[in-house]
Write a protein that binds this ligand. Structure first.
Ligand code: PMP
Length: 445
């Protein structure tokens, strides 16, 4: 089938694409039909280097046979079992494996795992756990949720409420009572940083101000991405996350790290909580959990949070929450095989070994016209371009299209380019990413 030919146009009509300019896309579709290792193949047979691990999820690279075989075997053995009031061993096995990897110290490990179907579901689950926990410990007035400007926490009503993406919030109503910290992005003081920026730890004190404004007794939880990804790779200033942790502890507020992107090795440690040495009370994950092969998310909870609910006021079901696909057997099989690969190939720490080379390579793009900032950490980079007057986002979008034509997949958000290759990336492929991107940046500018 030639999807580009006009006679096949109806083929594109029925699928209402998510977060896509549908009309624009369907006028000039870009389609992948296969993937292996670091590369996609397009419908017209071109190879495209994956500079974004799909949508930050294919950490072990594409087409991993171990995962395929595990899923195939699981579907042939037990395709589905009810997730409520019934169990199946593989969900318990996967949770045990995850618990061993969970962030936190020996005496405070987040080793209680609630399965969901996506990052958005993980976020709304964590927010609900936080509110239910407060009620279980006799703090039922604590229902307020604190997020952060320029945070992205998926698309559920909870997630868009605590998120700070205006386009995500403009159209839809929000949960009542939420408030936001300021974001930590500071081009004036922190431009072109490698790793954590120097300035801005004091922005965590916004939480103290919100405590004064609203009263601690109204606040259930504060959620942040340790590194904000989807809104343009915004890094936490040195000391910022620890300060948030201290303020939360002082006021009985649960701290939630949204690690849907940073979880499973993106920064060079299993979780950003490990990388930054700060232990939250809840961690949300998805994406790299199953290498993107089967949709799945997981919330990691501390024992304190978990046990409070197990001993809480509800006589029967301790947390009135769950999904048909919580702990889906095929997803658990994919997840277990993914963890095997991560362990066998040392992928959860590989970014730490590549980090200095990554910094060097990406920062070599500094000085190109219109590049106003470059930020790198782990195997993530944000490259910010000056916006065209009255046409914000068009410059980066043009870079995205031209990179795709030249065989490189990048991701853009506004005028920020985000890079996050699979963790199997080789040094020469990092070179290729920088070389293609550099060529395109010179052209576009
Ligand atoms: N939280 C964060 C930090 C994310 O980056 C994302 C997705 N990019 C989500 C939540 C939502 O995940 P999903 O698209 O799987 O619902």
């Amino acid at each position: 089938m030639n999807i580009h030919s006009k006679s096949n146009a109806p083929v594109l009509d029925s699928y209402w694409m998510p977060f896509t300019a549908n009309r624009q896309f369907k006028a000039a579709p870009r389609l992948f039909t296969a993937a292996k290792g670091m590369h996609y193949t397009t419908d017209d047979g071109r190879r495209v280097l994956d500079g974004t691990a799909g949508l930050w999820c294919v950490n072990a690279g594409h087409g991993r046979e171990q995962i395929t075989r595990a899923v195939e075997h699981q579907l042939a053995t037990l395709d589905y079992a009810p997730s409520f009031q019934m169990g199946h061993p593989i969900a318990f096995d996967f949770a045990e494996r995850l618990a061993a990897l969970a962030p936190g110290s020996q005496d405070n490990k987040l080793d209680r795992v609630f399965f969901t179907g996506s990052g958005s579901e993980s976020v709304d689950t964590a927010l609900k756990i936080a509110v239910a926990y407060q009620r279980a410990i006799g703090q039922g007035t604590r229902t307020r949720l604190i997020g952060r400007e320029r945070g992205y926490h998926g698309v559920g009503f909870g997630g868009i409420t605590v998120g700070g993406l205006v386009n995500n919030r403009r159209v839809f109503p929000q949960l009542p009572g939420a408030d936001h910290l300021r974001h930590t992005h500071d081009l004036e003081r922190n431009a072109f940083t490698r790793g954590q920026p120097e300035h801005g730890a004091d922005l965590a004190d916004d939480l103290e101000r919100l405590v004064v404004l609203h009263g601690a007794e109204t606040i259930a939880a504060c959620i942040v991405e340790p590194v904000a990804g989807s809104t343009g790779v915004l890094l936490p200033p040195k000391g910022y996350l620890q300060r948030l942790r201290d303020i939360c502890t002082k006021h009985g507020i649960l701290l939630i790290f949204d690690e849907v992107i940073t979880g499973f090795g993106r920064l060079g440690a299993p979780f950003a909580a490990d990388y930054f040495g700060v232990t939250p009370d809840l961690v949300t994950t998805a994406k790299g959990l199953t290498n993107g092969a089967i949709p799945m998310g997981a919330v990691f909870a501390s024992r304190t949070v978990h046990d409070a609910l197990m001993n809480g006021p509800e006589a029967a079901i301790e947390l009135f929450h769950g999904y048909t696909y919580s702990g889906h057997p095929a997803a658990c099989a994919a997840g277990l095989a993914t963890l095997d690969i991560y362990e066998q190939e040392g992928l959860l720490t590989r970014a730490s070994r590549l980090e200095s080379q990554w910094h060097e390579a990406i920062h070599s793009l500094a000085g190109l016209p219109k590049v106003i900032d470059i930020r790198t950490i782990g195997l993530v980079a944000g490259i910010e371009l000056a916006s065209r007057p009255d046409a914000a986002g068009t410059r980066a979008y043009e870079v995205f299209v031209k990179c795709f034509e030249k065989g490189l997949l990048i991701r853009v958000t506004g005028d920020i380019i985000a890079l996050s290759p699979p963790l199997i990336v080789e040094e020469d492929q990092i070179g290729e990413i920088v070389s293609v991107l550099g060529d395109v940046l010179r052209q576009v500018s």
